[in-house]
Ligand binder design. Structure first.
Ligand SMILES: NC(=O)c1ccc[n+]([C@@H]2O[C@H](COP(=O)([O-])OP(=O)(O)OC[C@H]3O[C@@H](n4cnc5c(N)ncnc54)[C@H](O)[C@@H]3O)[C@@H](O)[C@H]2O)c1
Length: 238
């Protein structure tokens, strides 16, 4: 018996580092998980496509009869100062990191309300709560996700819908590893150096974040609404 037996979960970014761990965790605990990503997922699609986001929750509800958990995990990181940012950087980050979660929440909430409740977990970032240097586009999109979480957590609690966010600091995933590669660093060496900057002695692995997402989606978090849960190994944003 799993704690999510009979529940249906939609996870975005399910082919990525953290998304794969979330999907596997929820599924191991009994949920029927539908993962979405650009490719390699149960339902492939582009979150920049507004129409895709608008219909996805209903499509899953029609297929399975339910939608209990929505995890807005997909995201991209745009690095560099504002003076280096292109219109396309801005448009893509806003569309994937902010507009897609907005559209998916807007479509999922009435379905969850009609069935008596549900749980939404958004992946924000510590950087969305405490702005870090030289990533203004990423930081402002994650701040928007954090704010959306707090707003929806308050507005829809009376329908039994809990909306919360996990806010990781650095996690060992393709997002961070490809960032090192692009800048000409060996990712293993760079991560070893980063590990030394974390009071707990290492950056997070995807499972460290997935465990918190699973908790927030579960009945154990039944009284938590609109929370931004920082998962940072003791490392402040510097
Ligand atoms: N890795 C970190 O250090 C870190 C830290 C804080 C927050 N986060 C957040 O965690 C989340 C997951 O990141 P990750 O580290 O697993 O990165 P990742 O790159 O491994 O996974 C992100 C996934 O999102 C998908 N995605 C991106 N654009 C998409 C689009 N247009 N349509 C459909 N899918 C799309 C990608 O294909 C990818 O599979 C992101 O929201 C990220 O901002 C990551």
């Amino acid at each position: 018996m799993g704690q999510f037996d009979g529940k249906v979960a939609l996870v975005t970014g399910a082919s990525g580092g953290i998304g794969r761990a979330i999907a596997s965790d929820l599924s191991a605990q009994g949920a029927i998980v539908i993962g979405t990503d650009r490719d390699g997922a149960d339902i492939n699609g582009d979150l920049m496509d507004a129409g895709f986001c608008d219909v996805l929750p209903r499509q899953i509800h029609e297929q399975t009869g339910r939608l209990d958990i929505l995890v807005n995990n997909a995201g991209i990181i745009t690095r560099g100062k504002i003076t280096e940012a292109s219109d396309d950087d801005l448009r893509r980050s806003l569309a994937i990191n902010v507009e897609a979660p907005f559209r998916l929440c807007r479509a999922a909430i009435p379905l969850m309300a009609a069935q008596g409740g549900g749980a939404i977990v958004n992946t924000a970032s510590c950087w969305g709560v405490h702005p870090g240097p030289d990533h203004p586009i990423y930081v402002m999109t994650k701040a928007a996700v954090a704010s959306l979480t707090q707003c929806l957590g308050r507005d829809h609690a009376n329908k039994g819908i809990r909306v919360n966010a996990v806010c990781p600091n650095e996690v060992n995933t393709p997002m961070i590893r490809t960032g090192f590669e692009i800048r000409g660093f060996d990712p293993d060496k760079a991560i070893a150096e980063l590990n030394a900057s974390v009071p707990l002695g290492r950056i997070a692995e995807p499972e460290d974040i997935a465990d918190v997402v699973t908790f927030l989606a579960s009945d154990q978090a039944r009284y938590i609404c609109g929370a931004l849960v920082e998962v940072n190994g003791g490392k402040p944003v510097g």
